[in-house]
Design a protein around this ligand. Structure first.
Ligand SMILES: Cc1cc2nc3c(=O)[nH]c(=O)nc-3n(C[C@H](O)[C@H](O)[C@H](O)COP(=O)(O)OP(=O)(O)OC[C@H]3O[C@@H](n4cnc5c(N)ncnc54)[C@H](O)[C@@H]3O)c2cc1C
Length: 425
């Protein structure tokens, strides 16, 4: 027997939360389902992984987010399958739920592009769980190296986009300031951070000026750049590049791309680039009735014909827009094509160093101004006052005093880092 709901939203990321809030404000009954009981703020995951902020700054319980939304019911459950044509979903605990309108907002999963060893050995960075596992792995590796006078630490970050640059920059600064201070300058001298990408430059989508600024800063803080070489294999002790050379790394972080998850594959919806659904400009899925697909699991083209990237701002605006089209559906009015307000993009490179290209005109900022803008924008976007206060405190502590927010990262990690043997005689 199926339970029926006017609107079911699967996924409570930027897109799903924005849609649920908008519908909740208008008193529409919504069932919001996520496998986690919290909303996670992906743009700051790398700061959790590098101990710059704690998990509680970037994860907010969904029931707290929707406390004042009387018509939005939160359900913590993993959705196992979606039948888009029937608008029926089944959950891991065996429920079958039917929706008048179904909104699919399940985000993305890492795309390893069939690189041998990547799924087995690399650490992805797309969830709080990923970030804490990576943080634990790094801490464990530092402790191992500290026990061994000849031990070294090599971390390889694959992917020179914003996530890879932010992660590599933060790790290199941790080596420079935190490892020197909390372990020893000798251990810091034995730590290396490598950044690898098949394209010749970092931050491919940014201007040449921003790319050059980011490259200079990364080099300045000690990141070793291996650009223009794709990764052909990931091993438990490093990566092999297309020219046959090898980069050592007890930890390999994968920031190399995204694709839609299996849920989309099994939904009956036609998949386009990256396994995502090529939605119509009103954000509905083609070939079925009453199904919206938004955020990172959709290829979204706005009313001007521009193909939009997988970004938090696109997901959030699409969530809001889908909700207004659902309201139009309910009133029997026609839907409007999605109009995206392009606010530009930015990337943090390190302490006091960032790049920003703002608005449609791409006003360029580099250095301290971009850094402050990045902090302000991310503070404003974080969900919840407590989370904002925690993040602000951690940033002041970290950027001014060089104190990590989380010195203790414990617990088992799935991808064990190999214990280093002392060198033989
Ligand atoms: C490390 C990192 C840094 C980033 N930095 C930036 C940035 O600086 N600026 C920017 O604009 N964008 C940034 N992005 C991109 C941005 O975070 C994404 O575009 C955005 O999160 C997409 O929102 P979404 O709602 O589509 O998906 P998500 O935020 O991924 O949310 C999807 C939700 O669906 C849930 N879900 C998935 N499968 C199931 C299932 N089977 N059952 C139940 N629930 C499920 C997940 O638990 C999750 O809560 C970054 C992304 C990453 C990974």
């Amino acid at each position: 027997m199926e339970d029926s709901y006017p609107v079911i939203i699967v996924g409570a990321g930027f897109a799903g939360v924005a849609a649920a809030k908008e519908l909740g404000r208008k008193g529409i009954r919504v069932l919001l389902i996520d496998s986690n009981n919290y909303h996670q703020f992906q743009p700051l995951l790398y700061q959790v992984a590098t101990s710059q902020i704690g998990v509680s700054a970037i994860a907010r319980p969904l029931r707290a987010v929707f406390r004042r939304y009387k018509t939005v019911k939160v359900l913590t459950s993993k959705v196992d399958s979606v039948n888009a044509a029937e608008r029926v979903i089944t959950t891991a605990d065996g429920r079958s739920l039917q929706a008048d309108v179904l909104v699919i907002a399940v985000g993305a999963v890492p795309n390893f592009f069939n690189t041998p060893g990547a799924e087995e050995h690399a650490f992805p960075l797309y969830s709080v769980t990923d970030a804490t596992k990576l943080g634990s792995g790094l801490t464990r590796l530092l402790d191992q190296a500290d026990r061994n006078p000849d031990g070294s630490v090599d971390v390889v970050v694959v992917g020179g986009g914003p996530t890879g640059v932010e992660t590599a920059g933060a790790m290199a600064e941790n080596v420079k300031y935190v490892v020197s201070k909390y372990f020893s300058p000798e251990l810091a001298a034995r730590c290396r951070v490598h950044l690898v990408d098949m394209v010749p430059t970092v931050l491919n989508m940014f201007s040449a000026k921003s790319q050059s600024y980011a490259t200079d800063h990364l080099k300045k803080v000690g990141v070793q750049l291996h650009m223009g070489q794709g990764v052909t294999e990931v091993r438990n002790d490093g990566v092999t590049l297309a020219d046959g050379s090898s980069v050592p790394g007890q930890i390999v972080v994968w920031a190399g791309g995204l694709k839609a998850g299996d849920l989309i594959g099994g939904s009956g919806l036609t998949q386009g680039r990256g396994g995502r659904v090529d939605v119509k400009t009103d954000l509905t899925a083609p070939g079925v009735e009453g199904v919206y697909v938004i955020g990172d699991c959709a290829n979204i083209t706005d009313s001007t014909g521009a193909k939009l990237p997988q970004l938090g701002s696109v997901a959030q605006q699409a969530g809001k827009w889908a909700a207004s089209n659902i309201l139009a559906d309910l009133k029997g009015e026609s839907r409007a094509p999605f109009r995206y307000v392009d606010k530009g993009y930015m990337a943090m490179v390190g302490r006091g160093a960032a790049v920003a290209e703002l608005g449609r005109k791409r006003i360029q900022l580099q250095g301290i101004l971009a850094f402050l803008s990045w902090l302000l924008v991310h503070l404003a976007l974080l969900s919840g006052l407590q989370q904002k206060i925690r993040a602000l405190f951690s940033w002041l502590n970290g950027y001014i005093l060089h104190s990590p927010a989380q010195v203790v990262v414990s617990g088992p990690i799935e991808k064990e880092t190999p214990e280093q043997e002392p060198p033989g005689p």
